[in-house]
Write a protein that binds this ligand. Sequence first.
Ligand code: NAD
Length: 350
Amino acid sequence: MDLFGSLSAYDFGEIHLKNDKATGLKAIVAVHDSRLGPALGGCRFIEYENDDAAILDALRLARGMTYKAALAGLAHGGGKSVIIRPKGHFDRVALFRAFGKFIDDLRGHYITAEDSGTGLEDMEVIRTMTKWVTGVDPSTGGSGDPSPFTALGVRRGIEACVRYKLGKENLKGIRVAIQGVGHVGYHLCKELHAQGAVITVADVDPLKAERAHREFGAKPVELDEIFTVACDVFAPCALGSALNDQTIPGLKASIVAGAANNQLAEPRHGDDLHARGILYAPDYAINAGGLVNVAQEVLGYDQKKATAKTLCIYDTIFDIAERSKKLSAPTYRVADIMVEERLAAVVPAR
Ligand code: NAD
C-alpha cells in the first residue's frame, strides 16, 4: 500500500504499529488529530483479509472519531486501534496484556475503549497494564456499557428533528421505524416507548425483534420492509450504508435519525436526502452519547455530568438543521463544516 498516500488522503496524523512475537499481537493505533486533546476511540478486534485492510480501517475510523469528539464539544482528538484477530489458537489475556503495554508506551497520547470484537473483560485486562483505558467495569470506577447513553443521545436527536421538521414538542404518537434492535436499538426502543412513540422494528435476529414487541409493543416487520413502512422517523441502528441508491427512493419518513455509524453509503446520498426534503441527523452528531460517556470516565466518572452532556445532542442537531436551511446545504456537510471550523480555531501549542 501507499502508506503516506493513504495518510494524506485521510488528513493524518500519526500511526503506530506493534508486532509482538511472544503473543502474536499485531496492532495498529491511528491518531488522526490531537489538536483538541488526547485521541480517544475504541479498539476493534476482528479478522482482516490482509494488513492493508486493517490499517485502512484504523485510519477511516480514527478520522470519524475526530469529527465525533469535536462536534460533541469534547477535549479529545480522534483515534482508533485495531488488533488483527489471529487465525489460529491464541491466548486472549496475553494478547490484551501486550496491547495494554503498547498503549502505555504511548503515554496517554491515545486512550482506548471498547469497539467491535472487544468487551468489558478485555478493557479490564488492558487496565492491568495501563491507565489509558476507558469503558472498564463500573465497580472499578468505569462507565460500563455505552449503549444506553448512545440511545439517550439518539432519542434527544430525534426530538430535535421532530420539533424542527414537524413542529411537535414531544414524541407522543410519532411513528419511528428502527432497523436493528441490538444494544443501542433496544435501549432506543425503551426511550421512545417511554415518550409515547409508536415503534416498528426489523432485525436479522427474530428474537431481538420479538423482545422489542414484547417489552415495548413494537411491530416487527421484514428486513426490507423497514425502509418503506409509513413512519415519521427512520432510525438506522444496525450496520453502515443503510442509506443508499436502493433504499432512499422508498423512504416514507421525513426524518432519518439513528445510531449506526457511516449511514450514508457515499456522501452524495446525503445530498439525495436533502434534495428529497428529508431531514438527516448526521450519524456522528447524533450517536455521540457513548463517546461522551467514556470521555467523562477520563475525567473521573460522573454519571450526572455524562447525562447532562449527552442531552446537549438535542441542541447540536437543532443547530445543524437550522444552519442547513440557512445555507441551503445538506446536513452532513454542515456538520463537517462546524467541525472543521472548530479545529481550525485551535491555537497550536508552542
Ligand atoms: P449490535 O451489534 O448490538 O446491534 C446491531 C443489531 O443490528 C443486531 O441486533 C443485528 O442483528 C442487527 N442487524 C444487523 N444487520 C441487520 C439488517 N440488515 N437488518 C436489520 N437488523 C440488522 O450493535 P450496537 O452496539 O447496537 O450498534 C449499532 C450501530 O450503532 C452500529 O453501527 C454501531 O457502530 C453504532 N454505534 C454504537 C454505539 C454504542 O454505544 N454501542 C455508539 C455509537 C455508534
